[in-house]
Design a protein around this ligand. Structure first.
Ligand SMILES: [Zn+2]
Length: 459
């Protein structure tokens, strides 16, 4: 054992000696900042700013490496720049799903849609590969930021983020929560045998009951790569108190993370609001009065609005979700686009009998937004600006199409400010300055790599 440690240390010294100081600073070979940056100029027929619902015509967006260098009607395009003509399309910033689970896929067969069994049958490794595929599928539909809020086995979500950040595979910016922190039991109702003898709740839930356990659980998640802390606030009648929630918030803040809570009762929602939580997930029991309080305190809502489709949901379920969403929007709550997609069915087919992919299924949650009568302009804002704020990516210069920001750029057919269904017609996707989809076709040939080409320390 000792010999192995010595050898490993010696190899590390040799490896480090062979690297320049600059490469080391970037965290390894092939750091994106090395050498001259690739220039790309996008000719945007229409460029929409979803923050104020305005449109500028005939703009040029000059992208240098991963970031936007210049925007305007008369930008000089340097020689050697690759020009992408999107003059017939509408350019918008990338979309955000503020509540999903890329590494969880429960099914009718064999587990009768009970994810308790899925997690027994599907290893974290299998689920991580599902997540990698799902990440590319949602990016193809224009989702450049994904809040992946737990139920991902043993940190498949933070591994997914790392694989994308390091450049192994293309994908959205993942805001992973790591394990969902909960009081005893999580969302499970196990037998004493499975609970005591097999520790069946872990790793789908990380239990924390006392204040010391809360601090420890938050730190563990941050250590393993969480960028948001997800808690099960009222999954059991003995859920978290206002003081507990405040402790989560202050401890998460030490790692630069916000807190997102699963909330399923009116009483739990009130505790979340009183504690000043960042984002409430689900919230199907919220009252108009609570919506007003959320608006006043700028608490984001990820209401996970399941639509009624031939493959999932119910008319009654969609109506309730739409009524709740409508109330939140009317009261001025910063509403976000969120899905809670974590299942698969043999019925996931379109009118032509073709499989719908995870991106198609995700954007189809628009049905509930339309049923709620939310104007296209506000739905687009929820999909983008409110999503960036809820995901807390502004601090990383990500989100709006703006000089200095990462180039996360989408182009659609039609005008989403008038007809929100235009966002279903994504023809072009750029993430961090790299083209992922063009002319409606995903191309990954230049985006798959045999190593961490963007630096091995990127997390
Ligand atoms: Zn969920």
């Amino acid at each position: 054992m000792f010999k192995r440690i010595v050898l490993t240390a010696a190899l590390a010294v040799v490896a480090v000696a062979g690297m320049s100081a600059e490469l080391l600073a970037q965290g390894g070979r092939g750091g994106a900042a090395a050498g001259p940056q690739k220039l790309t100029a996008i000719r945007a027929g229409r460029l929409v700013d979803p923050d104020n619902g305005s449109t500028a015509t005939n703009q040029i967006i000059l992208v240098e490496g991963e970031r936007i260098r210049e925007i305007g009607p008369n930008v000089t395009i340097p020689p050697g720049t690759e020009v992408i003509d999107l003059s017939r399309l509408t350019v918008v910033p990338g979309f955000v799903d503020t509540h999903t689970h890329l590494a969880m896929t429960y099914k009718e067969v064999p587990e009768n849609n009970i994810y308790y069994y899925t997690y027994v049958a599907d290893s974290t490794a299998l689920r991580a590969i599902q997540a990698a595929s799902n990440a590319m599928q949602v990016l193809g539909s224009g989702f450049t930021v994904i809040c992946d809020v737990g139920n991902n086995g043993n940190y498949a979500d933070t591994a997914l983020r790392q694989s994308i950040e390091q450049g192994w595979i293309p994908g959205p910016t993942i805001i992973p929560s790591g394990l969902i922190i909960s009081t005893t039991g999580g969302q499970f109702s196990p037998t004493p045998e499975m609970y005591k003898g097999h520790n069946i709740v872990y790793p789908e839930y990380l239990e924390a009951n006392s204040r010391d356990e809360i601090v420890k659980a938050v730190r563990e998640n941050l250590l393993f790569g969480a960028k948001v802390i997800k808690i099960c606030l009222d999954c059991k009648s003995w859920g978290y108190s206002v003081d507990d929630i405040k402790l989560f918030i202050s401890e998460a803040a030490k790692g630069g993370a916000k807190v997102n809570a699963h909330v399923q009762t009116r009483d739990g929602a009130q505790r979340a609001i009183d504690a000043g939580l960042h984002i409430i997930s689900h919230g199907q029991q919220l009252t108009p009065e609570q919506h007003a309080q959320m608006a006043q305190k700028t608490i984001y809502l990820a209401s996970t609005d399941t639509p009624f489709t031939p493959y999932h949901g119910s008319a009654q379920g969609q109506k309730h979700a739409a009524d709740q969403l409508r109330s939140a929007w009317e009261k001025g709550v910063p509403v976000t686009f969120s899905t809670d997609m974590d299942y698969w069915s043999e019925q996931f087919k379109n009118d032509k009998g073709e499989w719908m992919n995870r991106g198609d299924l995700t954007i189809n949650f628009l049905l509930t937004w339309k049923a709620a009568g939310i104007p296209a302009k506000d739905t687009l804002k929820a999909l983008t600006i409110n999503g960036y704020k809820a995901a807390d990516v502004y601090k990383d210069q990500r989100g709006p199409i703006k000089v200095g920001n990462f180039a996360d750029i989408v182009a659609v057919e039609g005008d989403p400010l008038v007809d929100i269904d235009a966002v279903r017609r994504v023809q072009f996707v750029m993430k961090n300055g790299e083209v992922f989809k063009r002319d409606g076709v995903i191309t990954v040939d230049k985006l798959l790599h045999p190593g961490p080409v963007k630096a091995f320390r990127r997390r």
